[in-house]
Design a binder for this molecule. Sequence first.
Ligand SMILES: *Cc1c(COP(=O)(O)O)cnc(C)c1O
Length: 359
Amino acid sequence: MDRVINFNAGPSGIPLDVLKKAQEEFLSYHGLGYSIIEASHRTPIFENILFNARDKIKKLYGFSDDYDVLFLQGGASLQFVQIPMNLSTGKKAEYINTGVWTTKAIKEAQIQGINYEVIASSEDTNFDRIPTSYKTDDEADYLYICSNNTIYGTQYKEFPKTKAPLVVDSSSDLFSRKVSLDNIGIFYGGIQKNGGPAGVTMVVIRKDLAERVSDKVPNILRYKTQMKADSMSNTPNTFGIYMLDLMLDWIIEKGGLDKIASLNGEKAKLLYGCIDELDGFYKGHAQRNSRSIMNVSYNIVANKELEPKFVKEAMENGMIGLKGHRHLGGIRASIYNSVSYENVEVLVDFMREFARKNG
Ligand SMILES: *Cc1c(COP(=O)(O)O)cnc(C)c1O
């Protein structure tokens, strides 16, 4: 069976071993005679999967028992709504604007009419960097950031310092590295970029913050509701959670987040190295000190009209998903956990050859 190299930004590639495992036990889960997607979420069979996934996530990151892990639906986008709804007490909420996803989150804060302030933004340079000079307010209801900007290819190396609860959208660098847990209030992400199929949002929340919510907030949109019900207040995405659990096993097998992070660093170094080496033909979008190790966005500055040709020929060579996001154009290679170093080598060889032929 021929598998392509998948550089999609999300949904994206899932390791072949994980897909095979799911295939193997799809018709009869652990010999029970039924598929996991045919199991009730109110049985120990499914509950065990959910509880195990929760524990694995806490262990991988090192979250203490002050935190709960929820598996929600509605995508990362619903979190743009749920976060102000649950966490705003009327004091100021702070946002740092680093791209499309934070812009959307800010818009939702505005729609809800909460008291918020954008304390820094990189919009003036087309979001090519992570802002570095700003003042945070320790008394704020929360400080909201996006850890990795999927479209522009920028990433925080370190999270901002604040005593207010830090809210982090980690959708596109979930499970790619360890993060500092200092003052994390909410750490969340849609799992479809780097943790499995679409349809599950992982939300790690400091338990006390869930108590802030007012009783004007609909039950199903309160974190508290899902915390009390172990994410099963209503039917969760059982198949998605099962796939996530298989992905977590794969990550653990690989040696955990530090191991994965160093591998991801090597992959990024190889790809950025090629872009820099062929400077003048290719050019990366992100400023160097803000470069993402997950999403690498770049242009063919020698001649932008070559970009569709690049994407087409890459496809003919077994590589998909390289077309840049419509907001930025150009080329984007998402090099998530499932993309191997060897896969990036294939891309880099292709890039060199393409530059030689067309330069
Ligand atoms: C993809 C993405 C989202 C949106 O995710 P949905 O699950 O489609 O709502 C939000 N934030 C970031 C950083 C993303 O990459």
